[in-house]
Design a protein around this ligand. Structure first.
Ligand code: SF4
Length: 332
């Protein structure tokens, strides 16, 4: 199941004038390049989008900034622009993302009135020292409180976490994942930290104060987290930052790869094959039809990994296999 292809029409709302200074964020630097759309423009975008999409299979998603922290009248005008598409059944809900300290009973009443169905919180870390070091301006307790309120009010809850932030460690990132599981979100997004130009993290990186995880550390950790959330029936709807021209032109370091999820899934297949493979040199590994390239690994790295150990594996599809299950057949 590829939950990454989350079905929605996304409208980017830049958080201009955000008073926060999160270490990794370049909103201040790029806000002049991305104007906030007016309600009329949102209406036009939705009208065009829905001409190409069948009714009732998609959500309208306002993402990019802290939706509930933008000017209240503007926020309501955007929700009003989306409203008719929900009422007519063209869209099946509205998804927003925001900061944990910008959720309270009053704002939830407004969101409910305008038929918002899912709220995603940028938790980023559940370690107060990491939150403080990265100038998030909220605490782990804010994430717990906001998550509880969102669930109590009947919204779908999404939580976003970042790995490898300044002053974080692999253990702290794992701890964040365990704490997130305790909050029972419906969905999770995992973002390995990407270091962008014009950010404090960029300065810390250039001075040598901040050392990001290595490629392998980041990928192995995120593979663990993917497996952990899935085992707890939490859908990981994004793993790795969205591809964007801004990221590609402004990246200084950290981990960014368009096929990041596939790399992590490949690691999980490699571990599973390694655990189940018996003694021998020639094998065929059967996997679900949509997992053939994942099981082979990014650029066939899993086949190369086993070949380096003197083991030749072929990967073949079997439509009776689902998920990340495998059947290994000895060929000698
Ligand atoms: S990441 Fe932080 S600084 Fe950037 S828009 Fe969100 S709250 Fe503001």
């Amino acid at each position: 199941m590829d939950t990454e292809r989350h079905n929605n029409i996304s409208i980017f709302i830049p958080h201009m004038g955000c008073p926060n200074t999160c270490s990794f964020c370049n909103q201040r630097a790029i806000s002049h390049t991305s104007a906030a759309p007016t309600a009329e423009q949102v209406n036009e975008m939705l009208k065009n989008a829905f001409e190409k999409i069948p009714d009732g299979i998609t959500e309208i998603a306002f993402f990019g900034g802290s939706f509930t922290a933008i000017d209240r009248d503007y926020m309501i005008s955007l929700l009003e622009a989306a409203g008719p598409y929900i009422q007519s059944g063209k869209a099946n809900g509205i998804r927003i993302s925001t900061r944990p300290d910008k959720i309270d009973g009053e704002i939830l009443d407004i969101l409910k009135k305008y038929q918002v169905t899912a709220i995603e919180l940028g938790a980023q870390s559940m370690d107060d020292e990491v939150l403080f070091a990265n100038e998030r301006g909220h605490s782990a307790q804010d994430v717990r409180d906001a998550s509880r309120l969102i669930r109590e009010n009947g919204f779908e809850l999404g939580l976003q976490m970042m790995t490898g932030l300044y002053r974080s460690t692999v253990e702290k990132d794992r701890h964040t994942a365990f704490e997130i599981i305790e909050l029972h979100p419906d969905t999770v997004r995992i973002y390995p930290t990407v270091i962008l130009k014009n950010t404090r993290l960029g300065e810390l990186f250039k001075s040598g104060e901040y050392i990001p995880y290595s490629f392998d550390e980041a990928a192995e950790l995120c593979a663990d987290l993917l497996e952990l959330f899935e085992k707890n029936n939490i859908r990981v709807i994004k793993l790795g930052l969205h591809a964007s021209e801004t990221v590609e032109s402004d990246i200084l370091g950290g981990f960014y790869h368009q096929a990041f999820r596939e790399i992590c899934e490949g690691i999980l297949f490699r571990r599973k094959i390694e655990m189940e493979i018996p003694e021998g040199k020639e094998f065929t590994v059967f996997v679900s039809p949509d997992s053939v390239s994942k099981a082979a690994g990014h650029k066939k790295c899993n086949k190369i990994y086993f070949a380096d150990k003197g083991i030749n594996i072929k990967i073949k599809p079997d439509k009776n296999i689902s998920g990340r299950n495998i059947i290994i057949q000895k060929d000698e």
